[in-house]
Design a binder for this molecule. Structure first.
Ligand code: NCD
Length: 362
């Protein structure tokens, strides 16, 4: 902070530089997140084009095939056994954390972690910039989840100016984005929808305002032709105007409806989400809402087309009863496992290993 009339301090100049960078339109910034013609920092879903998505899905498929044999598994583990990764998670996580750790293991990367900031030097008053810079002394990749939007990007911005820059992968940035979840969702949709995602109707249900998974997934839809999105959400938690504008700009058909049953009847895929009450602005904000119209029940299962599928980023609460799991159209447990493979494919791509892996026969 500067007081009127005083010179800006170095710290405030740095903060100003960061704000200027952060507020720049994303399209202009995207090239910064690529190095040597390939992905480097993975911060936004908007970074991914169709070609990259198709290649990641093909690479994930190939990796899961070759690991069926010990020889293939050993080969993959040898590729990055000289690398280390930091998993820095300031928010709770089960599957994103475990799938990233497992993805690292598949490629032989050794993993370090900070999950509880109380065990880090943050409690001694260290700034986040300094904490992140410390990672660059020890590791080669940062995988980061943070409760505040923008902080993961700040980490990559801070590291870029150091003698030992590192790629940063966004594992969830507040209520804003979760690009690697969107990658695994796309991988799942393409795997289980007959003929893939092009031309399909996807229904997104739940807390669409604060659900970062549905936000990132909506961005990725620009890469598929003829997709129709239906949003079903309580009034207070409707899909936000920034996403609706994006869909309009990219001519992606979308509608909002209160009628889950009618939407399900026409759906190729139903993407369920839980209420994101950790982002409540006022105490009990989420509790005042009747969430039951946004639950997927037996009644919806009956109406879902035979080839329709049900996704959920998990964790779930009451929005899908465990009995639904038995239906073959419920693909969320497979979706969860797909996350490990697509994350392994992403990390392999960041380290430039794609061709080497694809040329290894199964
Ligand atoms: C999601 C998240 O963290 O945003 N979970 C996940 O990464 N699989 C969804 C959620 O927590 O509701």
């Amino acid at each position: 902070m500067t007081t009127a009339g005083s010179e800006p301090t170095l710290k405030s100049r740095r903060e100003r530089r960061w704000r200027e960078f952060y507020e720049r339109p994303l399209d202009g910034k995207l090239p910064i997140f690529f190095r040597d013609g390939r992905l480097y920092d993975c911060l936004y879903a908007q970074q991914f084009n169709r070609e990259t998505l198709d290649r990641l899905c093909a690479l994930a498929d190939h990796m899961r095939t070759i690991t069926k044999e010990k020889g293939g598994d050993d080969f993959l583990q040898s590729l990055l056994s000289h690398k280390r990764a930091m998993l820095y998670f300031s928010q709770p996580s089960t599957r994103t954390f475990l799938s990233f750790a497992s993805a690292c293991h598949i490629l032989g990367i050794r993993v370090l972690e900070i999950r509880d900031l109380k065990t880090s030097s943050v409690v001694k008053g260290e700034s986040l910039d300094d904490t992140i810079r410390t990672f660059s002394s020890y590791v080669d990749l940062v995988i980061m989840r943070h409760h505040e939007a923008g902080v993961v990007e700040r980490a990559s911005w801070g590291l870029n100016g150091t003698p030992r820059p590192l790629p940063v992968i966004n594992a969830g940035s507040g209520a804003d984005q979760h690009p690697t979840q969107a990658l695994l969702d796309i991988y799942t949709l393409n795997r289980y929808l007959p003929g893939g995602l092009d031309g399909k109707r996807v229904v997104m249900v739940g807390d669409l305002k604060r659900g970062r998974t549905v936000r990132s997934l909506s961005y990725l839809m620009k890469n598929y032709s003829g997709v129709h999105l239906s949003f079903v959400a309580p009034k207070a938690f409707r899909m936000q105007p920034d996403i609706l504008d994006f869909l309009d700009r990219h001519a992606i058909a979308h509608d909002e409806t209160e009628d889950l049953l009618a939407a399900v009847e026409k759906a190729d895929a139903v993407y369920m989400t839980r209420i994101q009450d950790e982002y409540d602005q006022t105490a009990g904000e989420s509790k005042r809402i009747d969430y039951s119209p946004y639950h997927f029940t037996e009644k919806h299962l009956e109406k879902l087309p035979k080839k329709g599928i049900i996704l959920h980023p998990l964790p779930r609460r009451e929005e899908i009863a465990p009995e639904i799991d038995e239906d073959p159209r419920a693909v969320y447990w497979r979706q969860e496992r797909n996350g490990m493979w697509i994350r392994a494919a992403l990390i392999a791509t960041v380290f430039g290993l794609e061709d080497q892996i694809l040329s290894r026969s199964a």
